[in-house]
Design a protein around this ligand. Structure first.
Ligand SMILES: Cc1ncc(COP(=O)(O)O)c(C=O)c1O
Length: 395
């Protein structure tokens, strides 16, 4: 340990987790009741969760599945995307957005992002359209909606479909419309770290015909699910029209989801308070930039992504994260851009600087703890840690 190591003031004695789930006795009871009900896989609770989720958003239709990845895969298959087709998306996303394009044999066409929101840059997306383009997949990065108006215009002009990766974007809105009610299909995630969690899970919303196609594909391609075959009025007969997948949600997950949905607005209110506190503190520090919130959009505030002004600091992002850890603050990076991963880099011959905005952002972003269980003291600990790191490492 050098002098500096000894000198830091670790005011926080326990490690602050980056994003634990906010689960109460109500969720625990709902799961226990489900276990006692005699029906644990897709059944009445999953149906209820779909209805309540659809009504909450005002979406046309909703299908509960076991992940957002599954929802995006089903969306591409339901739209008939196949080898030879191209799908435009952003390099600044989680790997599964792009993996599912590979799964259907199509070509992912990566596009750079806008510097403020790190969402799909509509002008660059326009330049990437070819006669083979079938779908555009904007990602609502960190919960801030992508600029959908020009993307939808382009889609209409060129006869393309729009699948939104809304893994982060519950609840979010664009120009007054809730995310999940805008594009042809929208995929949500209920992964453990998300604003609403079912442990693992996802929802596909959108055009009822497409969602119905996805529903059949989500359970082996069977014409009737098990609940409908095994209840008192049920029938053993089913038909398989397409080779589908095993992507259904279970009633255990749905039981969690129903309670989480009823608590969502309250949890969001807490996120808003925390983000306001972070913004007030960090906007006073020249060495960091706070996340953008555009006036025509409402973010779900899923991630709090701080941008470091590296030219004003003597340390890089990796050391910044180490310094947070030394002060017992968990953090993360969203994301390692897709084009840096060996599979995509090598298959499509991509260089780091092919997407200069995303690559530049990647080197300077750090996601701070943001979840509804953070106490005022936790928030103060994060602010104190960032302030102290900057103070000790400014140029
Ligand atoms: C942007 C984005 N898309 C998709 C996913 C995949 O979600 P899931 O884990 O529910 O499949 C994630 C997961 O964190 C994500 O961050």
């Amino acid at each position: 340990m050098d002098m500096q190591d000894n000198a830091i003031d670790v005011r926080r004695k326990t490690f602050l987790k980056f994003s634990p789930p906010n689960l109460t006795e109500a969720e625990i009871q709902a799961v226990v009741e489900t276990l006692r009900s005699g029906w644990v896989t897709r059944g009445p609770r999953t149906g209820q969760f779909e209805t309540e989720f659809k009504d909450y958003l005002g979406a046309a239709s909703a299908l509960a599945v076991n992940s957002c990845t599954a929802a995006m895969h089903l969306a591409l298959v339901a739209l008939g995307v196949q080898p030879g087709d191209e799908v435009i998306t952003t390099t600044m996303t989680f790997i599964s957005t792009v993996n599912v394009i590979e799964h259907v044999g199509a070509r992912p066409v990566l596009v750079d992002v806008e510097p403020d929101t790190l969402t799909l840059d509509p002008a660059r997306a326009a330049a990437a359209i070819t006669p083979r383009t079938k779908v555009m997949m904007p990602v609502h990065y960190a919960g801030h909606p992508a600029d959908l108006a020009p993307i939808l215009d382009m889609a209409q002009q060129h006869g393309l479909k729009v699948i939104e990766d809304a893994a982060h974007a519950l609840p979010a809105a664009y120009e007054g419309r809730k995310i999940g009610t805008i594009g042809d299909l929208t995929a949500f995630s209920f992964y453990a770290t998300k604003n609403l969690t079912t442990g693992e899970g996802g929802m596909l919303t959108g055009d009822p015909d497409l969602v119905e196609r996805a529903r059949i594909l989500s359970l082996h391609g069977m014409s009737r699910d098990a609940w409908n075959r095994y209840d008192a009025k049920g029938d053993w007969y089913y038909e398989v029209a397409v080779p589908g997948f095993k992507y259904n949600m279970t009633d255990i997950q749905a039981a969690l989801g129903i309670v989480q949905l009823s608590r969502l607005e309250a949890m969001q209110q807490r996120r808003r308070e925390i983000v306001d506190r972070y913004n007030a503190a960090f906007s006073q520090i020249a060495e960091v930039e706070i996340p953008t919130e555009r006036t025509n959009a409402e973010s779900s505030l899923h991630l709090y992504v701080l941008h470091l002004n590296l030219d004003m600091l003597t340390i890089d992002r990796a050391v910044f994260i180490e310094e947070l850890k030394r002060r017992n603050i968990g953090s993360s990076v969203h994301f390692i851009p897709i084009h840096l991963h060996p599979y995509y880099r090598d298959k499509y011959g991509l260089q780091p600087t092919d997407f200069p905005v995303a690559y530049g952002a990647y080197e300077r972003i750090v996601s701070l703890p943001l979840h509804s269980l953070l106490s005022d003291e936790d928030v103060q600990d994060v602010i104190a840690a960032v302030t102290d790191i900057v103070k000790r490492n400014r140029r």
